[in-house]
Write a protein that binds this ligand. Structure first.
Ligand code: PEP
Length: 251
């Protein structure tokens, strides 16, 4: 049985005070809930504050990015070991905003995946097609490339600390979510591909989140698809109530 995993990506939002407040409200709202896994991913500058709030609670802490070197002359970057130091359990890698706005390549993303895993972090690896790619019937081809290159060199054992997030680019922050059928189809394809790459057992236990305009009113339908194991939530994670409602919809 795969446990549903709901994570909030706060992107470049919140202030020191509102991040702390939001984390407090999520911790309070979840109480001792353990039927699903939950995590919040605040901006770098607020990781430590939020770590202090979620410590000892079921809410995991994640970062939104890392640089794939242990240390060195990389001005402005943050290493995986620094994230571990701060109490992070997760890191988001390959988010479409970084792939498309910051031109991150599959090979750079693969370096991040490997560096994060070596440091002991769990990785949320995002993949997803653009609208043009979907309309040109290229969805599976794009997902295949992203997952094959993103997971290059990752062993079946290390895959236990990896979560895939299927995030169609056209659904992120647009209010237009994938239909449950579209999500299921993409997730089933990804699971099949991971099975071919890393073995059937690793694929069967792999958590695959859906991300893209998940809201309290569409969460249940998406989350109850057989291959949808959770959600990566952007906009709706910036307030505790909708985030908690999405998480409860997983039950
Ligand atoms: C995201 O940032 O990963 C995301 C899915 O955003 P939103 O929920 O706002 O579409």
């Amino acid at each position: 049985m795969r446990k549903k995993f709901i994570a909030g990506n706060w992107k470049m939002f919140t202030t020191a005070a509102s991040a702390e407040q939001l984390a407090n409200a999520v911790v309070k709202g979840l109480g001792s809930e353990s039927r699903f896994t939950a995590a919040v991913c605040p901006p770098f500058p607020y990781l430590e504050r939020v770590a202090n709030v979620v410590r000892g609670s079921p809410v995991g802490l994640g970062a939104q990015n890392l640089y794939p070197e242990k240390e060195g002359a990389f001005t402005g970057e943050v290493s995986p070991t620094m994230l571990v130091d701060l109490g992070c359990r997760y890191v988001i890698v390959g988010h479409s905003e970084r792939r498309h706005k910051l031109r991150e390549s599959d090979s750079f993303i693969n370096r991040k995946v490997q560096a994060a895993l070596v440091a002991g972090l769990s990785v949320i690896l995002c993949v997803g097609e653009t609208l043009e790619e979907r309309e040109a019937d290229q969805t599976e081809k794009v997902l295949d490339t992203q997952v094959t290159k993103g997971l290059a060199g990752v062993s079946a054992e290390a895959l236990q600390r990896l979560v895939l997030a299927y995030e169609p680019v056209w659904a992120i922050g647009t209010g237009r979510n994938a239909t449950p059928d579209q999500a299921q189809q993409a997730h089933a394809f990804l699971r099949r591909r991971v099975g071919e790459l890393c073995g059937a057992e690793a694929a069967a236990s792999l958590i695959i989140q859906y991300g893209g305009s998940v809201k309290p009113d569409n969460a249940a339908q998406l989350l109850h698809q057989p291959d949808v194991d959770g959600a990566l939530v952007g906009g709706a994670s910036l307030q505790a109530e909708p985030f908690l409602a999405i998480a409860r919809a997983a039950l």
